[in-house]
Design a protein around this ligand. Structure first.
Ligand SMILES: Nc1ncnc2c1ncn2[C@@H]1O[C@H](COP(=O)(O)OP(=O)(O)OP(=O)(O)O)[C@@H](O)[C@H]1O
Length: 648
């Protein structure tokens, strides 16, 4: 190559198809932005230092390594196709690079893409005709490593590919959980179907469960055992299965069921698990039998698990209460992990990093956890947990002590507000509590078990899909409904409101049939037949639904159901043109809105009265073992407070 120093104003040089073996003579070309030396015999890159090059083409040479380019700070387009390059190393400092062509080289490892991982402006990369193309999942892997790419190998990178790559290589917990749930549902379906008598949710009460979640070694297990010990009339520990070996002092069947990987896999294939999770190389799984065996004793179940397990469980028909136990001091938590003496450094780092994961979920998904408890101090954490459980169970008296009978006023003792981390989410109307409330208000003791199962599931889904409404919207909906009903009935507003005075009766159970809830066949305008309306229209006042936890839960008390506009019970005569059998309780023939009715609370109370033991129902007198009297209230007068739990 000749010395081109004299041409300091040259902007573009094209020297393709020569026999140059070396680049030189360009040092003084201070304006050079475009240089092409394609199809020469250059074997080493050099002689380009500090040039203001934006585009450089060296395709069709004999180059073996990308070198001496680090001073080309303005480089945006680089063409090194048809060389002998094996690595992308050498590109990492070219931060303005937007396009790199390395077609027909000798790159064979996907991990080479990590060299350009930090080039945030890199949009197109061409690795066609490189051995790396033969690697399994090459394309998804590269797209995952280089997420800003819009084109790979001259093909557009689609949004679907980006999502698939993330789901494959760094799936968010929702995806892990969805896959896990899918796996267990499929394997369960392949087994002979049985009705799980003890834990099958009825329409009104899902089987009561308490899940303690949070980072490893935060004391979940210890506190779960303690709770089960102290509240042994109410709770028992649900032992998960694990493939990890027992630590010193751990008992098989008590802390975990210790199994081999093969046994664990076999259990998965036999549809034994509700959820599983891999944590630090070991498998953990909650089996159906672990819960059933507790439920058969007439007790609620306490389980501890990591976040992904919670996500997975939330896909199932179980509706536990979730309590997050989270360390607030990373140092103290790290010390605690170290002190245990059996975690590797990597495990400790992993566990500490997960604190952020939990915090993020808690921040981004309000209501995901029912409560959050700081677990730095085990004693304090236990006191808070205990207090919470007492409140759930209705065992807290006004002085904050433990009483054996439920208190009529189950207000919080205030312990939860003492800690800034403790958020009494149960007082907020979460999608869950909405579903649960709805499930309660719609409960029919005569519902068939399988139906109640699917209803419960559907309620949950519907509640999640139903957007939250403001009280103004509720009022508006209520007004519009009333007008529609009046129009349908041809009645004057005054006569109408007389007929449906809420204080006159409790709702007929005919109005709490499944058809009512699903919003099918109803003369309600639009899709507004939300869970709230269902609830209020039934005239019932129920707390949240998690059995033992629900009877005294503040969920309903704090929800807008109590304070929102009153909605009249549904006009049964307005259903004249619909299939009344679908909505009418067969036990109440000839029902009219004015006819005296059996108090619905009689039907709904699993803990009291002559409750019919129906097959498949978990609402046996002994389950959940909530204090009697909590749900036995007489029908309350028709006021806004009607939608609060009926305290005995
Ligand atoms: N079925 C499950 N699904 C998801 N996570 C689970 C399950 N069973 C246990 N885990 C969680 O896996 C993590 C590891 O459990 P392991 O018992 O090995 O930890 P540990 O060091 O003893 O800590 P901990 O005191 O929290 O139990 C814990 O956070 C535990 O809660």
């Amino acid at each position: 190559m000749k010395d081109l120093s004299a041409y300091s104003f040259l902007k573009k040089i094209n020297l393709d198809y020569n026999h140059f073996q070396k680049i030189h003579g360009l040092d003084k070309c201070a304006s050079l932005t475009h240089l092409s030396l394609a199809h020469n015999q250059i074997s080493c890159i050099g002689g380009l230092d500090n040039l203001p090059l934006k585009e450089l083409c060296l395709r069709g040479n004999l180059i073996q390594a990308i070198e001496n380019l680090q001073t080309l700070w303005a480089l945006q387009v680089l063409d090194l196709a048809c060389n002998r390059i094996q690595s992308l190393s050498g590109l990492q400092n070219l931060h303005l690079l937007g396009s790199v062509n390395l077609e027909n080289n000798r790159i064979s490892e996907i991990k080479e893409a990590t060299h350009v991982h930090d080039l945030r402006l890199l949009r197109t990369l061409n690795l066609k005709r490189n051995p790396v193309q033969d690697q399994p999942d090459y394309r998804l892997a590269v797209i995952f490593l280089l997420q800003p790419l819009t084109g790979l190998d001259e093909q557009k990178v689609t949004a679907e590919e980006k999502v698939s790559s993330v789901n494959k290589y760094d799936p968010p917990p929702e995806v892990v959980a969805a896959r896990d749930h899918m796996t267990h549902v499929v394997y369960q379906l392949m087994q002979p179907q049985v009705i799980l008598d003890s834990t099958l949710p009825s329409l009104d009460t899902p089987y009561p469960m308490l899940i303690l979640t949070g980072p490893q070694a935060g004391g979940k297990r210890e506190l779960a055992h303690k709770l089960c010990h102290e509240f042994s009339d109410f709770f028992a520990y649900g032992a998960c299965h694990t493939t990890r070996g027992p630590y010193f002092g751990e008992e098989d069947g008590s802390d975990y069921h210790f199994v081999t990987e093969e046994e664990f896999r076999h259990m998965i294939h036999m549809g034994k698990f509700i959820q599983t999770m891999q944590y630090c190389g070991h498998w953990y799984g909650l089996s159906v039998e672990a819960i059933e065996s507790v439920a058969r004793e007439g007790l609620a179940c306490i389980v501890h698990m990591e976040l992904e397990g919670v996500f997975s469980l939330k896909n199932s028909y179980f509706e536990p209460r979730y309590i997050l136990m989270i360390p607030t001091s990373t140092e103290a938590y790290t010390r605690c992990l170290r002190a245990r003496g059996f975690y590797t450094r990597a495990q400790i780092e992993h566990a500490v990093a997960r604190i952020d994961t939990y915090s993020t979920v808690n921040r981004d998904k309000p209501g995901f956890f029912d409560n959050v408890i700081a677990c730095d101090d085990r004693k304090e954490a236990y006191q808070t947990l205990k207090q919470l459980v007492q409140e759930y169970l209705g065992l807290t008296d006004r002085e904050g002590g433990l009483s054996t009978t439920p208190t009529p006023d189950n207000t919080s003792t205030g312990a939860m507000t003492a800690d800034s981390l403790v958020t009494d989410r149960l007082k907020e109307p979460s999608p869950y509590s909405r579903a649960e409330l709805s499930a309660k208000s719609l409960a029919s003791p005569d519902a068939e078990p399988p139906l109640s199962h699917s209803m419960n599931y559907r309620n949950k889904l519907q509640a999640e899909l139903t957007p939250q409404k403001t009280s103004a919207e509720h009022a508006s909906i209520s007004r519009r409904r009333q007008l529609v009903r009046e129009a349908l009935m041809g009645k004057s507003p005054a006569a109408y409101s007389q007929l449906f005075k809420r204080c006159a009766h409790t709702a007929p159970s005919s109005l709490v049939s499944p058809g009512r809830h699903t919003g099918g066949n109803l003369p309600n305008p639009g899709d507004d037949s939300s869970v709230e309306e269902s609830h209020t229209s039934s005239g019932l006042s129920m707390g949240s639904s998690a059995g033992a936890f629900s009877a005294a839960s503040p969920a309903a008390r704090g929800s807008d159901l109590g304070s929102g506009p009153a909605v009249e019970p549904l006009d049964i005569s307005a259903l004249a043109n619909h299939d009344l059998d679908e909505v009418r309780d067969p036990s109440e023939p000839g029902l009219t809105p004015d006819a005296p009715r059996v108090g619905v609370s009689d039907h709904l109370s699993p803990a009291v009265g002559p409750y019919p033991t129906r097959p498949g129902s978990n609402a046996k007198p002994i389950l959940p073992p909530i204090p009697s009297g909590r749900k036995t209230a007489e029908p309350a007068p028709a006021t806004a407070s009607q939608s609060q739990p009926a305290d005995g």
